[in-house]
Design a protein around this ligand. Structure first.
Ligand code: GLY
Ligand code: MN
Ligand code: MN
Length: 464
């Protein structure tokens, strides 16, 4: 790791330490290795909080950070035999120089050293409800500290959720993070372009095209450009499968005349990207497909226009819902007779039959990234309303105010299942368009537009 990189993590540790409070200490483990079967594990992926503070990707590692800024890393010890099988380990001897931590020990010493580190501390912070078994490990260490109170040791009197501090820090991305996210977005956009072109080319050549053929194109492009893996299970949905929101790329045939919905993004150096495009398999939208597509695109533009510093997180969603609802009336999917006015259909959530998810989420190290969706300063302002569909009483709090450096997705969609209400021409059409946006002072920067979104531009790309 270069010294410039080391300082990114050191700076984050210093900012976190300054928030812990006098005499406090924080414990942050990385993820656990998940066994798959026998001696075969699932691919290891570090814990995002731990990586945010260390940039370290080996398993079996812990960071302990004091409020005075002193950092201690526990990591796998050097072991010639294990390294022959599993790869080179950094080891505690090299960790301070490489990662900029103040001290490092073998993870085998964790249970012996943690009680010592917790002694005479006021508060212990750790990420609640993130790692199964962590709570009982902290309990075990605290019991050992308590066993020493009769010798004058003080045990921490309270435990606090470290996620509360780290979530806020991770919500606003720094320059290093934005640089990685822009690169991840570019690779993912290239993968979508590749899948679109391949789909049309295979159909033109009369080949049997399956969802997995396009999934393979995505993987190829991700890996070709150094991305480690998909940031989430790629969705490649042919025809009616697009109406299943969490459909996974499978073996269904992709037929001439159908739409294909691809929701896929790579993870690059710990950061996710998240793009959806919907395109005609043969490269030409039919009339009904284009009508719905143009409506989703217009609703996305309204959401983009509503995304800027100072706006609320819910503003893009509300802008989307209005445009979609107006369009659903124009296309006959909602009717004045059955649903009243546009205002009625919004108030009663009639659009929900076709648009049943939110317009976005935070994006960062995790695809559905951490960060409160409520404005922290206004969390006490609670209002109540009755949900028109479920009848449930919902407690609302003022939504988060967007700030420069926050990153969110903008992903409206329409999903038309066969029903008596929907004109048959639209049945089984599912469309979603998703881009990743960095909030700026005056608007937002879309970092995923290296893959076209305009219907004509998609047709042109697939003709080439
Ligand atoms: N790909 C998951 C999502 O769009 O939220
Ligand atoms: Mn998304
Ligand atoms: Mn997505």
């Amino acid at each position: 790791m270069t010294s410039a990189m080391t300082s990114v993590y050191a700076d984050r540790r210093a900012r976190l330490a300054a928030q812990l409070g006098e005499g406090a200490i924080a414990i942050v483990p990385t993820a656990q290795v998940m066994p798959r079967n026998r001696d075969n594990d699932f691919p290891f992926r570090h814990d995002s909080y731990f990586y945010y503070l260390t940039g370290f990707t080996e398993p079996a590692a812990w960071l302990v950070l004091g409020a005075d800024g002193h950092s201690t890393l526990f990591c796998q010890p050097k072991d010639v035999e294990r390294e022959i099988w599993d790869g080179i380990r950094l080891g505690p001897e090299a960790a301070p120089a490489t990662l900029g931590v103040d001290a490092a020990y073998s993870v085998d010493e964790l249970n012996q050293r943690l009680p010592q580190l917790l002694e005479n501390r006021s508060v212990v912070w750790w990420p609640f409800a993130t790692h199964p078994g962590l709570e009982s490990r902290v309990d075990g260490w605290l019991q050992k500290v308590r066993a020493r109170v009769r010798y004058g040791a003080l045990a921490p009197e309270s435990q606090r959720d470290l996620c509360a501090l780290l979530d806020e820090m991770r919500l606003v991305k720094d320059a290093h993070e934005l640089d990685v996210m822009r690169r991840a977005a570019r690779i993912s956009a290239g993968a979508h372009v590749r899948a679109m072109r391949r789909c049309a080319a295979m159909l033109r050549a009369g080949q049997d095209v399956r969802e997995y053929h396009l999934d393979a194109e995505l993987w190829h492009e991700f890996r070709q450009h150094g991305a480690q893996f998909p940031a989430y299970g790629s969705i490649v949905a042919a025809g009616a499968n697009a109406c299943v929101l969490h459909y996974r790329a499978d073996a269904a045939p992709i037929r001439d005349g159908e739409l294909v919905l691809i929701d896929a993004g790579c993870e690059l150096d710990g950061y996710a990207s998240d793009i959806t495009r919907t395109f005609p398999a043969n490269g030409r939208f039919t009339g009904p497909q284009r009508a719905l597509y143009e409506l989703v695109l217009a609703s996305q533009q309204a959401a983009i226009d509503a995304t800027r510093a100072g706006a609320r997180f819910t503003d893009p969603h509300e802008a989307t819902v209005r445009v979609l609802t107006e369009g659903l009336f124009e296309l006959g999917l909602l009717t004045r007779q059955a649903h009243g006015s546009v205002e009625d259909a919004i108030a009663n959530r009639h659009y929900f039959a076709y648009y049943m998810h939110r317009t976005g989420h935070w994006l960062g190290m995790d695809v559905h990234d951490c960060g409160s969706y409520v404005e922290p300063a206004e969390r006490g302002q609670v209002s109540e309303r009755r949900d028109p569909l479920s009848g449930e009483i919902i407690k609302d709090r003022p939504a988060r105010v967007l700030r420069p450096g926050m990153v969110l997705t903008i992903e409206p969609g329409l999903y038309v299942r066969p029903s008596a209400q929907a004109p048959e021409a639209f049945w089984n059409i599912g469309i979603r368009i998703e881009d990743d946006a960095v909030v700026t002072a005056s608007g937002c920067e879309l970092i995923t537009r290296d893959v076209p979104v305009d219907a004509d531009a998609i047709e042109a790309l697939m003709r080439d």
